[in-house]
Design a protein around this ligand. Structure first.
Ligand SMILES: CC(C)(COP(=O)(O)OP(=O)(O)OC[C@H]1O[C@@H](n2cnc3c(N)ncnc32)[C@H](O)[C@@H]1OP(=O)(O)O)[C@@H](O)C(=O)NCCC(=O)NCCS
Length: 186
């Protein structure tokens, strides 16, 4: 279990899958992710079984937030495309519970993923790809310390048109400086 200030990240469980199906079929939630067709419970169960066979570092985390004395599932996140030689990995996030958007949770999750990436997985570079139209996501990643690196022109297709995919990243030395600035290492 990894803890942030208001969040924690735990392993995905089979019992989470019905919530994932609900979120992945919500047009607002899937607008900026590469899910263009309906998702069934059986699809998601198949995904879960495949996921369990991946290396542990690439198995995703369920995002939970404090809800009184309990914890509430609100999303999913994780590392993938881990390159052992370059010490590089991509991160992804989905907060499916829309009542949680624009409250700083996305920023907090990305900060925690950076801490895990650099301090637990010994990465040197953490990057992500984000649809140019995903203004909330881009803002959250900037707040977490990600820098703009470039774009994949017309890198994605949604709503009947191509859209650029922005590439953003944090290198270990930049994260360390950022943490020191925030007094987080004190
Ligand atoms: C993208 C996502 C992770 C962002 O999480 P979040 O918890 O809403 O993010 P935060 O609250 O930490 O930050 C969002 C910021 O964007 C701002 N924002 C939101 N919509 C905006 C818009 N249209 N234009 C400009 N800024 C916007 C918010 O005001 C906030 O900034 P502030 O704190 O300075 O006010 C979440 O919305 C999500 O999971 N969406 C569905 C799936 C998805 O798109 N995943 C990402 C794929 S790359």
């Amino acid at each position: 279990m990894f803890y942030g200030e208001r969040i924690r990240l735990r392993r995905d469980e089979r019992a989470d899958l019905s919530r994932f199906v609900e979120w992945l079929n919500d047009p607002d939630v899937r607008r900026f992710i590469s899910v263009n067709l309906p998702i069934s419970q059986a699809n998601e169960e198949g995904w879960f079984e495949g996921m369990l066979k991946r290396q542990p570092e690439e198995q995703p985390f369920a995002i939970e937030i404090r809800d009184g004395d309990a914890w509430r599932l609100v999303g999913n996140c994780g590392f993938f495309e881990i390159d052992r030689f370059a010490r590089s990995a991509e991160v992804g996030i989905l907060i499916g519970d829309k009542s949680c958007w624009n409250k700083g949770y996305g920023t907090e999750v990305m900060r925690l993923l950076l801490r895990i990436g650099f301090q637990s997985l010994n990465l040197n570079r953490v990057y992500l790809r984000v649809d140019k139209g995903n203004k909330g996501g881009i803002r959250a990643y900037e707040k977490a310390g990600f820098l703009h690196e470039g774009s994949f022109r017309q890198g994605t297709f949604r709503d009947g048109h191509y859209e650029d995919l922005l590439l953003m990243s944090v290198l270990r030395f930049e994260w360390h400086l950022d943490e020191e600035d925030n007094g987080a290492n004190a």
